[in-house]
Structures are given as C-alpha cells and as structure tokens.
Design a protein around this ligand. Sequence first.
Ligand SMILES: [Zn+2]
Length: 309
Amino acid sequence: MTLPVYDLMQRAVDIVGTSPHPTNKIAATLGLGDYHISYTNEWPGPIATHIGTQTKIGNASGTVHAETACILEAPHTDGASLFVTDVPCPNCIKNMAEAGIKALYIDHKGFDKDFALRRGHLFESMAMRICEKAGISVYKIFRKDKKTETILAIPEAYKPPLEKPPHVEALIQPPSKSLFENCIAKESKKFGGVFALAFAHDTQGTYFMISAEPHPAIGYTTDTIEKPEDKYNFLLEPVNRVLMTAARQGLFIDKNYIYCSRVPTARELVNIVASGITRLHIGDRNQARDNDAHTALDQLEKAGILNVE
Ligand SMILES: [Zn+2]
C-alpha cells in the first residue's frame, strides 16, 4: 500500500537526528508506489574510515547528500517522489532531474533552517528553475496539519525537452574487458570529447552500456543554459549522469566497468565511492575539469578507496 505523503515525510524526520553531520542534519525519503527508502546525509563508509569526516575531498564535502543517497540506493527512480527535511541544493536537484524524480516535497520547517536562510537565493535562482524545466512539481508539506502547499505546479502534459539524453544500449555479449575497451573506443569516436561510460545490468541479468557527455540539467538545452552562479552551475557531469540514468532505469552498475575519459570532479568521485565502486578506469589522467578533481583522486587513491586503471 502506498503511504500517504505525510507519512513518507515523517520517515525522513524520524531519522534526521541520526545524521552523522555535526551541524547540517538532513534526511530524505524516496517513495515510488509501495517502495520507500530513507537516508540522512552521511559520509560513505570508506571515506569515514580511511580519510575521516574533517577532510574535504578536493573541494567537495565528503558527505553524500540525503536526496542523492536515496537515488543511488533505490532500485528504480523514474517517476518517484522525494521528501526532504530541508531545501535541496542545486547539485541534488540536477541529480533528481536526471533520475526522473517527478515530485519534491520539502518539510515546511526546512524553509527556516540554516541552508535555506544562507542559500535561499540559490533555491529560487537555480533549484526552482531546474525543477520547472525538468518537470518536477514542488510542494511544501505540513506534517502535523496534514496540509501541502504547492510551490511549483507542473502541467500534467509537460514533457521536458531532451537534448543529448544519456545513451543506453543492450550488450550483445556478456561483459568482458575487450568488450569494454571496444565500447570505450566506439563512444570516444562518437562524443569526441569528455564522456563517461559504464556497464550495468537489470534484475533479469541483462547487461547494458550507459554513456553520457556533460550536459545542462534535463530540460535545458545548450541554447537555454543559464550563467553559472556561486560554486554551482547548471551542468551535470558525465559520471553523475551515468549514475542517475542507471537509477532512473533500474539498472545496477557493474563495479568493474566504469570509465571516465578524464579525472571525474570531486563531487563525482564522492558519488562513485558512495555507489560502492572501488575500481575506476580513466582515459587521460592529466585531464580534469579543475585541479580539485586531481586532489580528490589522489586522496581517494592514497587512502586505498579507489583503484585507478
Ligand atoms: Zn544536496
């Protein structure tokens, strides 16, 4: 039986106090039909154990945000709803868009909290605009009064324009090193620039290749992308697109077969670790979006968290 939205939000509220973060305790629930899963923001185990919670990974906090943790762990996210105790950051909103989240519920108390007050402008200037373009309805939820207030209504018929969607293709052979190398060579020719690729399987054991290049959040096109602001921007990096596409389609990434043509960004690397991936193939180790990516990779490699090939 599908739980009422108030109960799904309550699940997040129930665990928010268990967040290991000393100051920003945030929790989220992802609900799809009868299924629901809840997470707080937290440090992935290997980062907490081998690097610690006081050290940044490159320029990224070592934590995975609660919303993104739910998406990475859920067996399937297309059409799901997310319930969050706080106002989400633009990075999580971009992930939600790519993962096919259709409704976002924010606890009314979240609007008075630290992040909302400090970064409220980003919620208006970026997060809400991404939701509008991607077709994510946004609601403020009052659990005690069993009341929701619509912040952003998306017309039922709305379909976001899809420019350069991630590519998903069934594999004709079982995954192997040589097939992986062939796929990388083929996609490299096609994209001609930065891209990521992974093998993933469905619950039946059928294997797929997922590949993607960096692109503005779903709903934006190269022509309509807006100016980056603050430390956030409207672009979604390729590894994040691959991880979110796997979640959206209910595919499980094969931990031996994930590739990025350059060093992934610090945030992508944290998400890779959070996905339980310990082995990463990189095309050109000298290329990265920024220096923080190199720093983050060095940290994870030295700590024995990630093996690079
Ligand atoms: Zn976030």
